[in-house]
Write a protein that binds this ligand. Structure first.
Ligand SMILES: Nc1nc2c(c(=O)[nH]1)N[C@H]1C(S)=C(S)[C@@H](COP(=O)(O)O)O[C@H]1N2
Ligand SMILES: [Mo]
Length: 534
C-alpha cells in the first residue's frame, strides 16, 4: 500500500469516526441535526427550480436513500483528499475538517425548528476527527504521533507538527527510500480497524437510541375517538376482481414527502396554530382536538407526480375533524384566499381558503383505516382535502395554518416549478391484464379504477385498438371523493392488441387524450396496455 493511499484511508476513517460520533450525539439532539441528514435536507430544499427532472425525482421517495448514500460517497472522496493533503500540509487538513464542521453546523441549525444544540453533532464529530486523523496519518507515515519516525525510519521533516513526507520520494527531497516499517503498518491497520469499529458502534448506538425517541409508543397508546358521523357503508360490489383493493391498506399506501428522516411529533406536545390574516388566532392541543366532533370518510388522495397509469394514489378511511369549523372560528379576513399549512419539518402547502370552507369533507385527520395515522403518513395530525393533489393540500405532521394570500406567499413546490393550484385531474387506469400480458383468445376480464375526486366518475370507456369506445360496467362507490372501480369482458382475438381507457366526470367532461407530464399540475393522457392474445 502506498503512503498516499494510506493517508487517504486515514482521512476516510477519520470522517467515519466523525459521522459515527455525530450520529450518536444526534440521538440526543434530534435526527435532523445529524450532519449527513441536515446537509442532505439542504440539498433537497435547494435543488434549482430549473432542474425540473431532478425536482420531480426528489418528489419521489426512493431517491432519499440514494441522496444519503450519494452524500456519504462524496464525503468519503472529500475525506480521502483531506488525508492525502494532510499528510504533507497538516493545517490544510484541519481547515478541511473545519469546513466540514461549518457546513454541518450551518445546515443543522438552519433546519426548521432547530435549536442551538443542533450544532453539537457536527462540532463534536469534527472535533474528534482532528486527533484521529493526526494519529492515523502519523501511523500511515511510519512515525510516532509526536512526529518522529519509528525504528526503521529514515529521518523525515516535520512541518509545524505535520506528518512528514515520506523521505526520498516526496518533493524529490533526497534519494534515501524510506521503508515503511512493519510495526508502523501494524499500528496503522490496527488504528484503521479501531476507527472503523468505533465509527460503526457510535453510529449504530446513535441510531438505536434515536429510534427510542421515536413516537412509536406514543402512537400505540393513542385511543381514537368514536366518530360522531361514521362513514357511509361501502357496498361489497365497490370492489371488482382484478382491480387494486378498494381500500388501500396502510402498509401499501404510497408515501411521498421531502423528509429525509420521518418527523417524530409527540401528541402530548403537539399544537396547531391557526393565525395570519384572521381576526381570532387560535391554538389547539391534542387533547382539545380529540374533544372536537369527528367524522369518518373514505377519500382517495393522489400525488401530482403520478404518471398516467401510475400508482401514486390510494384510498383510505380517514378519521378527523372538519377543518371548516376551526377556520370559521379563526375568522379569516376576506382577502385571505390561501390557507398555508406548515409541518413540523417546515414543509408548506397552500390550499384555497374557499375550498376548506365550501362544505367538502376537508379533515384535520388523526386516523387512517381504523388506526392512528402511521408515522410516515403524518402522525399525529395531517390534512386531507378531497379533490386536490397532496402537494397543495395534504400536509402531514401539521402544526400550523397561516391565512394569507396567494399573491403574498408561495408554498414549498411553487418556486420549484409546480402550479399554486392543484385540483386533481380526471384519470383512469387499467389494472388487469397488465401491460405485456399474454392471454388465451376468448373472454378476458379487464378491470381497473377511475377517479375524478369531488366531481365524481360518471362513465368509463374502453377502446380496443382503433375500435369504438365501449362503455364498461362501473362499480358503485360511496362518494364523489373516492375512486370507482370498473370491469369489462373483452372478447379477445389472436394477435397483439392495445387497450385504452378513459373516464368522464359527473360534470360531463371527458378525460383528455392530450398527453402532459406531471409538472406543473398533473399528468394527462389515456392509460393503455398491450396484450398478446394466442
Ligand atoms: N409535511 C409534509 N407533508 C406532505 C408532503 C411533504 O413533503 N411534507 N408531501 C405531500 C405530497 S406531495 C403528497 S402526494 C402527500 C402524500 O401523502 P402520503 O405520503 O400519506 O401518501 O403528502 C403531502 N404532505
Ligand atoms: Mo405529491
Amino acid at each position: 500500500m502506498k503512503a498516499t493511499v494510506r493517508s487517504g484511508l486515514a482521512g476516510v476513517a477519520a470522517a467515519a469516526v466523525a459521522l459515527g460520533a455525530a450520529e450518536s450525539v444526534a440521538a440526543g439532539t434530534g435526527a435532523d441535526s445529524s450532519p449527513l441528514v441536515a446537509v442532505g435536507a439542504v440539498v433537497v430544499d435547494h435543488v434549482p427550480a430549473s432542474v425540473k427532472d431532478f425536482g420531480i425525482a426528489v418528489f419521489g421517495v426512493h431517491d432519499k436513500t440514494a441522496l444519503l448514500v450519494g452524500t456519504a460517497i462524496l464525503l468519503a472522496c472529500y475525506a480521502y483528499g483531506l488525508g492525502v493533503v494532510g499528510r504533507r500540509r497538516w493545517p490544510w487538513a484541519v481547515a478541511g475538517i473545519g469546513l466540514f464542521a461549518v457546513a454541518g453546523v450551518v445546515a443543522a441549525v438552519t433546519r426548521p425548528g432547530a435549536g442551538a444544540t443542533a450544532a453539537l453533532p457536527a462540532l463534536i464529530g469534527a472535533g474528534l476527527a482532528v486527533p484521529v486523523l493526526r494519529y492515523l496519518l502519523a501511523a500511515a507515515d511510519g512515525r510516532s504521533e509526536s512526529g518522529h519516525r519509528g525504528a526503521a525510519a529514515a529521518g523525515g521533516t516535520d512541518r509545524g507538527g505535520a506528518p512528514a513526507a515520506e523521505a526520498g520520494r516526496d518533493e524529490g527531497a533526497g534519494t534515501a527510500v524510506h521503508a515503511y516499517p512493519r510495526e508502523s503498518r501494524r499500528r496503522f491497520l490496527k488504528g484503521l480497524g479501531i476507527a472503523g469499529v468505533a465509527a460503526l458502534a457510535a453510529g449504530g448506538a446513535g441510531r438505536l437510541i434515536g429510534s427510542r425517541r421515536a413516537v412509536t409508543s406514543a402512537r400505540q397508546s393513542v385511543v381514537l375517538p368514536v366518530a360522531a358521523e361514521p362513514a357511509p357503508v361501502v357496498p361489497a360490489a365497490a370492489q371488482v376482481s382484478g382491480a387494486v383493493p378498494w381500500v388501500t391498506p396502510n402498509r401499501e399506501f404510497y408515501r411521498i414527502d421531502t423528509a429525509l428522516v420521518t418527523p417524530q411529533v409527540d401528541p402530548s406536545s403537539w399544537t396547531l396554530r391557526i393565525h395570519g390574516m384572521v381576526r381570532n388566532p387560535i391554538t389547539i392541543t391534542w387533547a382539545e382536538l380529540l374533544q372536537r366532533p369527528m367524522v369518518e370518510r373514505h377519500v382517495t388522495i393522489a400525488c401530482v407526480s403520478n404518471e398516467v397509469g401510475g400508482d401514486l394514489i390510494g384510498n383510505a378511511l380517514w378519521l378527523g375533524t372538519p377543518i371548516k369549523a376551526l377556520i370559521d372560528e379563526a375568522d379569516p379576513l376576506p382577502e385571505a384566499d390561501q390557507a398555508v399549512q406548515r409541518s413540523a419539518d417546515g414543509w408548506t402547502c397552500g390550499t384555497p381558503t374557499a375550498v376548506l370552507r365550501d362544505g367538502r369533507d376537508a379533515l384535520l385527520a388523526i386516523g387512517m383505516n381504523g388506526e392512528a395515522l402511521p408515522v410516515p403518513h403524518g402522525f399525529p395530525v395531517r390534512m386531507i382535502v378531497p379533490g386536490l393533489y397532496g402537494y397543495v393540500s395534504a400536509c402531514k405532521w401539521i402544526t400550523e395554518i397561516e391565512l394569507t394570500r396567494f399573491a403574498d406567499f408561495d408554498a414549498y413546490w411553487v418556486p420549484r416549478g409546480w402550479s399554486a393550484q392543484g385540483p386533481i385531474k380526471t384519470q383512469s387506469r387499467i389494472d388487469s391484464p397488465r401491460d405485456g400480458a399474454s392471454k388465451p383468445a376468448g373472454a378476458v376480464t379487464v378491470a381497473g379504477v377511475a377517479w375524478a375526486q369531488h366531481r365524481g366518475v360518471a362513465k368509463v370507456e374502453l377502446q380496443v385498438d382503433e375500435g369504438d369506445w365501449e362503455t364498461v360496467t362501473l362499480a358503485p362507490t360511496v362518494s364523489a371523493d373516492t375512486w370507482r372501480q370498473w370491469t369489462h369482458t373483452w372478447q379477445a382475438t389472436p394477435g397483439t392488441h392495445t387497450l385504452r381507457v378513459r373516464a368522464t366526470d359527473l360534470d360531463g367532461a371527458v378525460q383528455t387524450a392530450d398527453t402532459a407530464p406531471p409538472a406543473p399540475d398533473g399528468a394527462t393522457g389515456w392509460h393503455q396496455v398491450n396484450i398478446d392474445v394466442e
